[in-house]
Design a protein around this ligand. Structure first.
Ligand code: ADP
Length: 236
């Protein structure tokens, strides 16, 4: 469904992505991992058309999408840092985004799941970081799209919200969605990921499932495996 072919991107002399190839065909949870600065966010923004690659092509359902935008209605996106206008309430924000996207919704289910009912009429500036993140998740996931991209989705979520989030992601997977996420939370990767894509300095170092990564690194757990990759490649 989504194919990235030979994507490269540099900022000045810094090569951020180098000939990256990736295919997301089957429903499931794909975790893009890698140390800070390895190009994860740039890759996501390239898929979304927010960063224009120097080279390479992106295909959605077999159609080349570089420089187009209609395909974006098929993607739900949770940005890493949600900067909401201070003086809007959650309710106003949800209504604004609904107007803009104009498609199927299930916001009531999500508002209940994250227990947000009592916070929807407060101005953003009065919400805690965790509550803002819950709202961020609702805004990103209230549309019914085949692809979901989540950049550090669990940042600031309390344990109860984290359980709800994992339940939601597993349900979305069952419904056939392709879910692509970045995270530094190893437990989350272990619990929900079907496939890991490990980026190192703009290159794909590893693509496969957790068992394959453990075999490749000859380690017994994911945390040790990732630490080993980083140490061997001079990232710590
Ligand atoms: P990650 O998400 O893996 O932490 P990023 O994709 O955010 O990595 O960044 C990769 C590298 O590209 C970093 O060194 C970052 O400073 C640099 N970078 C990202 N965006 C820009 C930009 N707009 N201008 C210049 N450098 C950038």
């Amino acid at each position: 469904m989504l194919e990235i072919r030979n994507i490269s991107k540099s900022y000045g002399k810094l090569k951020v992505l180098e000939s990256v190839d990736m295919t997301f065909n089957d429903s499931g949870i794909y975790s893009i991992l890698g140390p800070n600065g390895s190009g994860k966010t740039t890759l996501i923004k390239t898929i979304l058309g927010m960063v224009i690659p120097d080279k390479g092509e992106i295909f959605f359902d077999g159609i080349k999408i570089n420089w187009t935008y209609n395909y974006r209605s098929k993607i739900s996106y949770l940005p890493q840092i949600a900067n909401f206008p201070d003086n809007l309430t959650g309710r106003e924000l949800i209504s604004m985004i609904k107007d803009i996207r104009n498609s199927n919704l299930n916001e009531e289910y999500l508002i209940n799941l994250f227990d947000l009912k009592n916070h929807l009429d407060k101005n953003m500036k009065h919400l805690s970081g965790g509550t803002k993140q819950k709202l961020n998740v609702v805004l990103a996931l209230m549309f019914d799209t085949p692809i979901i991209i989540l950049d550090e989705p669990t940042a600031g979520l309390d344990p109860v919200a984290l359980i709800s989030f994992k339940k939601l992601i597993k349900e979305l997977k069952k419904r056939g969605k392709i879910i692509i996420l970045t995270t530094h939370i190893i437990n989350l990767v272990e619990e929900i990921t079907d496939k890991i894509i490990f980026l190192l300095e703009g290159n794909i170092y590893f693509k496969g499932n957790i068992r394959e990564l453990l075999e490749k690194t000859e380690e017994n757990n994911l945390e040790e495996a990732i630490a080993k990759i980083l140490k061997e490649n001079g990232n710590v």
